[in-house]
Design a protein around this ligand. Structure first.
Ligand code: NAP
Length: 259
């Protein structure tokens, strides 16, 4: 399918690895020029070079922490005039409700709620002026079904989801579409780290921890960054102009609900 976005420009946050990279890859395959971000310059440069070589698009790198104002400003400057924004950041660590401090919550809110909101505030005026734009926020299945040990994530992402629900409906009249993609378990470094945590906690191997989690997913496997990126690129395409403020689960059926 021709996504109709060849020659558009996208900012993809937290995109050197994992789901963000999957989104960058799928957009590049659709002919979109990119500005990509992550904190570690070296990995980011390597990813950028692979994207340029494979897809022949222009890729600018901006190394920095997306949770900081400086990181957001640098990215917005490099991506001025962007038609597409994919918001992403690392997820907060797991823990226990009784241990989280105010500082822990502020960190989670900065990375997973306030950073995407700041990025949207930065790009939306230009998109509205030009009459076209697409924003995809990578959130989590925890928005629909809480993961108790990820309470910091549950909380911050619920806040972002509320913001998107209202804002997407304010900007849709200008041809600007904002939606959220909710990953279930995907085979990325983040998933491996979580399996490592379970392995230590339960005294089992990482492979056993993975097999245990796979058994909880109706599809009986983890998702891939490529599958995730393909859905992201579709939401950024010309075909997605009537999709507004939705929360789309990519979880292999993991969230057990009818609607
Ligand atoms: P990942 O494989 O660990 O990749 C994270 C990427 O984000 C890396 O490129 C990393 O590079 C970059 N990054 C992390 N923190 C950043 C920051 N503050 N500023 C800029 N770049 C940053 O993670 P993932 O699995 O793709 O997860 C992406 C998001 O989806 C996370 O919020 C995660 O909680 C959520 N999620 C993932 C899953 C899953 O199963 N994978 C499920 C539900 C939700 P640097 O470290 O160099 O910055």
């Amino acid at each position: 399918m021709d996504l109709g976005i060849t020659g558009k420009r996208a900012i993809v946050c937290a995109a050197s690895k994992g789901l963000g990279r999957g989104c960058a890859e799928a957009l590049a395959a659709a002919g979109v020029d990119l500005v990509i971000n992550a904190r570690t310059q070296e990995t980011l440069e390597t990813t950028a070079e692979e994207l340029r070589t494979t897809h022949g698009v222009s890729v600018t790198v901006v190394a920095g922490d997306i949770a900081t104002e400086a990181g957001q400003e640098a990215l917005l400057k490099a991506g001025e005039g962007a038609d597409i924004l994919v918001n992403n950041a690392g997820g907060p660590p797991p823990g226990m409700w009784s241990e989280w401090t105010r500082d822990d919550f502020i960190k989670a809110l900065d990375a997973n709620m306030l950073a995407p909101i700041a990025m949207m505030k930065g790009v939306l005026p230009g998109m509205i002026d030009r009459g076209w734009g697409r924003v995809v926020n990578i959130t989590s299945q925890s928005v629909k079904a809480p993961i108790p040990v990820l309470g910091l994530s549950n909380s911050a992402r619920a806040g972002l989801t509320g913001y998107v629900a209202g804002t997407s409906r304010q900007v849709a009249q200008h041809g600007v579409n904002i939606n959220n993609l909710l990953p279930g378990i995907h085979a990325t470094d983040r998933a491996i780290a979580l399996d490592g945590g379970v392995s230590k906690q339960q005294g089992i191997s990482v492979e056993q921890a993975k097999a245990q989690r796979e058994a909880t997913i109706p599809a009986r496997r983890y998702g891939t960054a490529a599958e995730f990126g393909a859905m992201c690129a579709f939401l950024c395409s010309q075909h997605a102009g009537f999709i507004v403020g939705q929360n789309i689960l990519l979880d292999g059926g993991g969230v057990n609900s009818t609607l």
